[in-house]
Write a protein that binds this ligand. Structure first.
Ligand code: NAD
Length: 359
C-alpha cells in the first residue's frame, strides 16, 4: 500500500485528478490517498490557496501527485506551484517529451527530456514593485555601483544562479542520462549576454560533465535552441537549463510531441517528489468534461516507476498508448479536427483506458 498525497487543483484539475486516481487504482497497485485541496476554490473558503495541511501531508508522505492550479496574472496570490517547489526544495523538474503513435505531430521521432532547475533564476520570486521603498533603495545602490542605470519608471526582478544550485541540477541531469541509457546532455543558457549568472551555470556544468565520460556534453544558447528544436528535435537527448528557459522550452517541447494534453512531469527534491502535468488549469474548460487526461496520467506512470511499481507503470502506459493509437475514445485535441463530433469526454477516455488495462 502506497500512501500518496493527491492534490486535486482547480479549473480542470478535479476532473483529470478523478480519472487519474481511477486509472492508477485499476492497475491493481494499492494506494492510500491523502486527498488535499489547493488553489482558487479553497482560497475562497480558507483565505489561502495553500493550506498548511497540504505541505504537512507531502512532507509526511514524501510523494504527491498534483492536478494544475491557477495563478492570477500580475496580481493576487503567488503561484502555489512555485511555492510548493521552493518550500519543499523540489529543485529538479523532469519533463520527458516523446511521441506516442496516434498523436498528431509535425515530427516522427522526438524523444527528449527537459531537466529544468526549479528554485532559482528570475523565478526565485525576488521582485520589487514600482513605488516601493525597497525598490528605491536598490535602485540607488545599483545606480551607484553599475555603469548601467535603472530607469525611474522600472520595476525589478532579480536572477540568482548559484554554484550549489547549478551543481545539483546538472548532476541530476547526468544521473538521469546514465540511469536511462541516454547519450548526450545539452546545457541551455544565454551566457553570451548574462555572463555572470548563465556563465556560472556553464562553468559548473562543464566541470560536472568531466565526471561522466560516457555521456557527451554540449552547450547551446537558448535562442538557437528554439530554432534547432523546431527544425531538428532529433538532434537532442537530455536538455538541462535554468528555471525560466526550462519553463519556456518545456512548453515548446510539449508542442513537438502533440501539445500540452500529452506532456507529463515530475518535480524532485532530495527525498521527495511531486508529479504533475506540464499544462495549467485551462479555466475555460472547467467542469466541461472535455480536456485530455493523458498528461496527468503519464505523470502517474512516472510516479509508479518512482514507487518501484514498474510493471504497473508499463501496463498503464501501454493502455494509454493503445487508446491514443486507436483514436476512437479520445478527447477533442487528439482527433484529426478539434471540432470532431466523435471526440469523447475526459471521463470516457479514462474509462476506455481502464477497459484496456483490465481487458
Ligand atoms: P493551460 O495549460 O492551462 O491551457 C492553455 C490551453 O492549452 C488551454 O486553453 C487548452 O486549449 C490547452 N490545454 C491545456 N491542457 C489541456 C488538456 N489537458 N487537454 C487539452 N487541451 C489542453 O495554460 P494557461 O491558460 O496559460 O494557464 C491557465 C492557468 O494555469 C494559469 O493560471 C497558469 O498560471 C496555471 N498554470 C498552472 C500550472 C501548474 O499547476 N503546474 C502550469 C501551467 C500553468
Amino acid at each position: 500500500m502506497h500512501k500518496v498525497t493527491f492534490i486535486d487543483g482547480d479549473g480542470i484539475g478535479p476532473e483529470i485528478a478523478k480519472v487519474t486516481r481511477d486509472c492508477l487504482e485499476a492497475t491493481g497497485v494499492k494506494f492510500d490517498w491523502d486527498i488535499k485541496q489547493a488553489g482558487i476554490d479553497i482560497m475562497e473558503k480558507e483565505g489561502t490557496p495553500l493550506p498548511a495541511n497540504v505541505i504537512e501531508s507531502i512532507k509526511k508522505n514524501k510523494i504527491a501527485i498534483k492536478a494544475p492550479i491557477t495563478t492570477p496574472i500580475g496580481k493576487g496570490f503567488r503561484s502555489v506551484n512555485v511555492t510548493l517547489r521552493k518550500e519543499l526544495d523540489l529543485y529538479a523538474c523532469l519533463r520527458p517529451c516523446r511521441i506516442y503513435p496516434g498523436v498528431k505531430t509535425k515530427f516522427k521521432d522526438v524523444d527528449l527530456v527537459v531537466v529544468r532547475e526549479n528554485t532559482e533564476d528570475l523565478y526565485a520570486g525576488i521582485e520589487f514593485d514600482l513605488g516601493s521603498s525597497e525598490l528605491e533603495d536598490i535602485k540607488k545602490c545599483v545606480n551607484q555601483l553599475s555603469p548601467q542605470k535603472i530607469k525611474d519608471d522600472a520595476a525589478l526582478s532579480l536572477k540568482p544562479i548559484s554554484i550549489s544550485g547549478t551543481e545539483r541540477i546538472v548532476k541530476f541531469a547526468f544521473e538521469y542520462a546514465k540511469a536511462h541509457g541516454r547519450k548526450k546532455v545539452t546545457a541551455v543558457t544565454k551566457a553570451n549576454i548574462m555572463k555572470h549568472t548563465d556563465g556560472l551555470f556553464y562553468r559548473v556544468a562543464r566541470d560536472i560533465a568531466t565526471s561522466y565520460p560516457g555521456i557527451t556534453y554540449e552547450e547551446t544558447l537558448v535562442d538557437a535552441m528554439c530554432m534547432h528544436l523546431v527544425q531538428h528535435p532529433e538532434w537532442y537527448d537530455v536538455l538541462v537549463m535554468p528555471n525560466l528557459y526550462g519553463d519556456i522550452l518545456s512548453d515548446l517541447c510539449a508542442g513537438l510531441v502533440g501539445g500540452l494534453g500529452v506532456a507529463p512531469g515530475g518535480n524532485f527534491g532530495k527525498d521527495m517528489a511531486i508529479f504533475e502535468a506540464t499544462h495549467g488549469s485551462a479555466p475555460k474548460y472547467k467542469g466541461m468534461n472535455k480536456v485530455n487526461p493523458t498528461a496527468l496520467l503519464l505523470s502517474g506512470v512516472m510516479m509508479l516507476h518512482h514507487l518501484n511499481e514498474s510493471d504497473a507503470a508499463n501496463r498503464l502506459e501501454k493502455a494509454i498508448s493503445h487508446v491514443i493509437q486507436e483514436g476512437k475514445d479520445v478527447t477533442y485535441d487528439l482527433k484529426p479536427r478539434k471540432d470532431d463530433v466523435t471526440a469523447v469526454g475526459t471521463s470516457q477516455m479514462g474509462e476506455a483506458i481502464i477497459r484496456h488495462l483490465k481487458g
